[in-house]
Design a protein around this ligand. Structure first.
Ligand code: HSE
Length: 431
């Protein structure tokens, strides 16, 4: 029987989920996996906070550094989150010869070079399945199942909170604020939900995915990031009329000289496989040169799905052996040359445009003249019935256009006297 002594940092929602699973399935793991997980110590800043689980007080400490330096511990599970104290704790763990399992996407996206390099140098396992896609084993797929492939694109729904919000708004007609409250109550949202709704959490995960999918360093700050706060119920309804669903997509595409990488609200045709990924579910669609399209679907947030991925990492470490890797080739891949990210202005896309216009002769002609000047071709249009004296929505879908041209055209259109309010621009994919 392999025995792994664990030090857990953070007994929040995910930490509590992990505690429950390790306790409830201890004998099952021993029987089925031949691994005995011993939770030796738990560091928690607020030991008396209300929570579902009640570990024996003898396991608890407020001193996380004492846990990472404890010679009796083999693996540190870091579930504190954030990029300050968690960064120091992970570095300290690796320096003290511990293997590390973490769900910390922000840290790996922003300080991955430093952390991956240190793990590689110290020959320790650094496992992070839970950092992307919650319970979906997408990192393991990149490490093992897709090993024969060069991955050339990733299209992913990797934020449960925003997918839950958009689904509630689309299917139930719930307001943005109520849907966000629901996501928080169910434990999907980050401690600071603005990371979810502004797309930053998805961009963190995309930085990690792109790094291991394409092989090379990815500068997080180069990833273009747009959240869902500007998506209105009107946009969702108009998209529906055209046969589209709005999703927050994380997209990375390998190009000849680098990659495109962005997080954006996106119109997807209703027939697209990702258009039907609802609620807190995540899905990661990758294209490999040998396998073609491959889709991973599952719960991307919540205590038990995330803890499921953490246990999988613990099992991998137990099976690989506590002596650590002689050379972790997967990690070497992530330490390759920086992959340059193309600027958003140079991408080619189709677009949904929503204008508010005063309904009078020549309005459509004026708008289409400017679009034509920038070589932007209209593929579809809806205008609402006239409502005397009030601005009405005018929605256009375009064929493929360069973002730089589209932005210049919208800037010019917005100066026309009959344009009222801010023009909405949402990219279209998969059509
Ligand atoms: N806040 C994240 C989400 C949690 O909503 O997907 C999982 O990383």
């Amino acid at each position: 029987m392999k025995k792994i002594n664990i030090g857990l940092l953070g007994l929040g929602q995910i930490g509590s989920g992990l505690y429950e699973i390790l306790k409830a399935k201890k004998s099952l793991f021993e029987r089925q996996l031949g691994v005995s997980f011993e939770l030796k110590r738990i560091a928690e800043k607020y030991p008396n906070a209300r929570r579902k689980v009640h570990p024996p007080p003898s396991l608890m400490t407020k001193d996380a550094f004492a846990v990472v330096r404890d010679p009796a511990i083999d693996v540190i599970v870091e579930l504190i989150g954030g990029t300050t104290v968690a960064r120091e704790l992970i570095k300290e763990s690796l320096k003290h010869g511990k293997h590390v399992v973490t769900a910390n996407k922000a840290l790996l996206a922003e300080y991955g070079d430093e952390i991956f390099e240190l793990a590689h140098r110290k020959k320790r396992w650094l496992c992070f399945e839970a950092s992307v896609g919650g319970g979906i084993p997408c990192i393991k797929a990149l490490r093992e199942g897709l090993a024969a492939n060069r991955i050339d694109s990733v299209h992913a729904i990797i934020n449960g909170t925003t997918n839950y919000i958009l689904t509630q708004m689309t299917i139930q007609g719930t307001s943005f604020a109520d849907a966000l409250t629901g996501a928080q109550q169910q434990g999907y949202a980050e401690a600071n939900p603005s990371l979810d709704i502004h797309g930053v959490d998805a961009a963190h995960k995309l930085a990690i995915l792109a790094r291991f999918a394409f092989g090379g360093k990815v500068k997080f700050k180069d990833i273009y990031c747009e959240g869902i706060t500007a998506v209105s119920s009107d946009d969702i309804a108009f998209a529906k009329e055209f046969g589209y669903t709005i999703k927050l997509l994380a997209i990375a595409k390998k190009t000849g000289d680098g990659m495109e990488a962005r997080v954006q609200p996106t119109l997807l045709p209703n027939s697209h496989i990702l258009a039907n990924v609802n609620g807190s579910f995540n899905a990661i669609l990758m294209h490999g040169d040998e396998v073609g399209d491959v889709l991973f679907y599952g719960r991307g947030a919540g205590p038990h799905p995330t803890a499921s991925a953490i246990v999988a990492d613990l099992v991998d470490i137990a099976k690989a052996g506590a002596q650590g890797p002689a050379e972790d080739h997967f990690m070497v891949r992530a330490l390759g040359k920086t992959i340059p990210v193309k600027s958003i202005s140079s991408i080619l896309s189709r677009y949904y445009l929503r204008f508010y216009v005063i309904d009078k002769p020549s309005v459509l002609a004026g708008i289409s003249k400017i679009l034509g000047k920038y070589q932007i071709s209209i593929s579809d249009v809806i205008q609402r019935e006239r409502s005397a004296g009030r601005a009405v929505p005018l929605i256009l879908l375009t064929h493929g256009a360069h973002e730089k041209d589209l932005r210049a055209a919208v800037h010019e259109i917005d100066r026309l006297p009959y344009i009222k309010g801010k023009t909405q621009v949402i990219r279209i994919e998969g059509a």
